[in-house]
Design a binder for this molecule. Structure first.
Ligand SMILES: Nc1ncnc2c1ncn2[C@@H]1O[C@H](COP(=O)(O)OP(=O)(O)O)[C@@H](O)[C@H]1O
Ligand SMILES: [Mg+2]
Length: 356
């Protein structure tokens, strides 16, 4: 909690600020607390906070049961039958983060360190262009195998299978797996499907897949009935502008609590929650990301004395998108006509790259 001196200091800063919104240019908020150690620590904590989703619980349960079955089969010396999971949802829904969280949560139940010889969970992002040769090479690299560029596709995949066995890999994760079907001919698509199946059906060392990607991924998997039968789909749903109001307000409160700052009435009502959902294009992950950015902004500009309000959201939105008031989802009366994707676009895709 805050000490009395903290409070006085912060109040002093606050008293220089008029009660009505400051009429400064949107992108000129002085970040007085940006280099404050305590504040930086809190902001790091906000970024690491994972908000549980029902989709995550489903993933956890499926993954856990597949792993358990595999361990039991292995103990009994029975031939394994790998099952796979596919996570599907629009960009920003939270797929990549969910897989990262899963891997973290299973770090005691399985060997997940790629630096070690035995690594039961290897994951990678599907490269572009996603030819079978490129994907095979990227998979080999993820397996830590020095890949020489002159092999043909099938030979690379043979090597992948060999490495998977040597490293006792049980799960292979492909993120952005919808790209496996992008710009491909029918024939190439079939060879993708066959390769995926051959990893799962390999009699020597079958491997379960964790495919995650945008909705087009479903088309690849469903193209082959045999494959589809062995893959459990989990869909990341969109936020619903009415049903999810309470849930969204709780997330805002949760981050504010974590930051130990107060929350103004302007961010505790249905109308605000609806604006926030629209700003995030109804994607849970993006919504959480906007809240993290905004609470961080409040902390950097006003310290622990900040009171989270819709003005902070408008400022962050404006700063990020260069949006003027009439096109700011948190200010405009008729924000429903604004396309959040156009405004969100900058940085979003590159974020994924950064994570890889
Ligand atoms: N459950 C969650 N709790 C908190 N933040 C989340 C959660 N899921 C996603 N995010 C945030 O949302 C952003 C987008 O999520 P991401 O996993 O990259 O989405 P996707 O892979 O579906 O495009 C990330 O910056 C991440 O920090
Ligand atoms: Mg992703």
């Amino acid at each position: 909690m805050m000490t009395e001196t903290d409070r006085t200091r912060a109040t002093k800063v606050d008293s220089m600020t008029p009660t009505k919104p400051r009429r400064r240019a949107m992108n000129k908020h002085s970040k007085k607390f940006q280099f404050d150690r305590v504040i930086r620590k809190i902001v790091q904590g906000l970024r690491q906070l994972y908000i549980p989703l029902s989709e995550y619980d489903t993933l956890d349960a499926r993954f856990g049961s597949i792993l358990e079955q595999r361990r039991a089969d292995e103990a009994d010396g029975v031939a394994f039958k790998a099952r796979s999971i596919m996570l599907v949802g629009p960009s920003g829904s939270g797929k990549t983060t969910a897989v990262r969280h899963l891997k973290h949560n299973y770090r005691h139940a399985m060997a997940t360190d790629p630096e070690k010889e035995i690594c039961e969970f290897i994951d990678l992002q599907v490269p572009s262009p996603a030819t079978m040769k490129f994907v095979g090479a990227a998979t080999l690299r993820a397996l830590g195998y020095p890949y020489s560029g002159n092999k043909q596709g099938p030979a690379i995949w043979d090597q992948v299978k060999e490495q998977l066995k040597l490293r006792r890999t049980l799960f292979l994760g492909f993120d952005e797996a919808q790209d496996l079907a992008r710009y491909q001919t029918e024939k190439e698509r079939q060879s993708v499907v066959n390769t995926l199946k051959s990893l799962m059906e390999n009699s020597v060392w079958p491997v379960g897949l964790l495919l995650s990607g945008m909705p087009d991924l479903k088309k690849i998997v469903n193209q082959d009935a045999q494959l589809a039968r062995r893959v459990d789909p989990i869909e990341f749903g969109r936020l619903h502008s009415l049903r999810d109001v309470e849930r969204v307000l709780k997330v805002v409160q949760r981050y504010a609590d974590r930051a130990q700052i107060d929350v103004a009435a302007s961010v505790k009502n249905e109308a605000f929650a609806m604006r926030l959902m629209h700003a995030a294009d109804y994607q849970f992950g993006l919504m959480a990301e906007i809240v993290v950015l905004t609470v961080s902004h409040a902390l950097f500009t006003q310290g622990l004395e900040a009171k989270l309000s819709i003005r902070h959201f408008a400022e962050v939105y404006g700063e990020r998108n260069g949006a003027e008031a009439w096109m700011n989802v948190f200010i405009a009366d008729d924000y429903g006509r604004l396309d959040p994707r156009i405004l969100l676009d900058d940085g979003e895709d590159s974020d994924d790259g950064e994570d890889a």
